[in-house]
Design a binder for this molecule. Structure first.
Ligand SMILES: [Zn+2]
Length: 237
């Protein structure tokens, strides 16, 4: 039985590179792969999957109006398809994810999807949410934040470098995005430090700490050690 795979990551993790490598592995063995990418980022009618390290390949474009089950079935009837690859899978609709699931279940063709897990607001893309829900296999492609931690979040920046916290899920330029760890993402988007109420609480908590630590010692000792130790300890104070 073939599987539906979802490889997810933040921006610039090399998803397209991994996709193209995997497709190449099939082709090298004389197998036929079908490549799809979203029409949202395409500037021409013809699709192309490009990776930052320079490799690329032609791909079919898909829009949210496409019935991928019908399209792939048609291709498969013309000539056997051994594996389907979908880039920018975050832009798939819920229905399209199910269409791809049927490709693996009914046509017995493995389907490998690659996409972003969350948008710049930290929310799941519809396609990614459905893939996370129903894919047979989930794989994370890792990339790192400037601090060295795993980058799981994406910020979208204005040309002057400010982080956007609202707006369309689809950005025009990929270069506007930056991958960060969750902690730095919260700082970059202004979610941390949290506004006044909790900040005050934190200040109140942290100040009495040194004093509070010193006091319990003499207090707890007499209680634990009972009467014998109480007089000398008290005398010291
Ligand atoms: Zn970080």
């Amino acid at each position: 039985m073939s599987k539906l795979y979802f490889s997810y990551a933040a921006m610039n993790a090399g998803k397209s590179t991994v996709l193209l490598q995997a497709s190449w592995n099939y082709q090298e063995r004389g197998m036929r792969t079908l490549l799809f990418t979203s029409a949202l980022y395409a500037n021409a009618e013809e699709g192309r999957i490009t990776s930052r390290i320079g490799i690329n390949a032609n791909a079919h474009l898909y829009t949210e109006a496409d019935d991928l089950l019908a399209r792939i079935t048609r291709e498969h009837k013309k000539r056997r398809v051994d594996c389907v690859f979908v880039d920018e899978a975050q832009f798939l609709t819920k229905d399209q994810v199910w269409q791809l699931a049927r490709i693996s279940d009914r046509l017995n063709i493995p389907v490998l999807c690659y996409g972003l897990r969350t948008d710049f607001r930290g929310e799941l893309f519809p396609g990614s949410a459905e893939l996370l829900a129903i894919a047979d296999s989930l794989r994370e492609i890792r990339t790192i934040c400037h601090c060295g931690r795993k980058a799981t979040m994406v910020v979208r920046r204005t040309p002057d470098g400010r982080a956007l916290t609202s707006g369309d899920q689809v950005g025009i330029e990929k270069s506007m995005y930056l991958s960060l760890c969750r902690g730095h993402w919260e700082e970059e988007t202004g979610r941390w430090p949290i506004a006044k109420p909790v900040a005050k609480l934190k200040a109140v908590k942290s100040k009495p700490k040194p004093a509070a630590r010193k006091k319990p010692k003499p207090r707890s000792l007499p209680i634990a050690a009972a009467a014998t130790r109480r007089p000398p300890k008290r005398a010291k104070r």
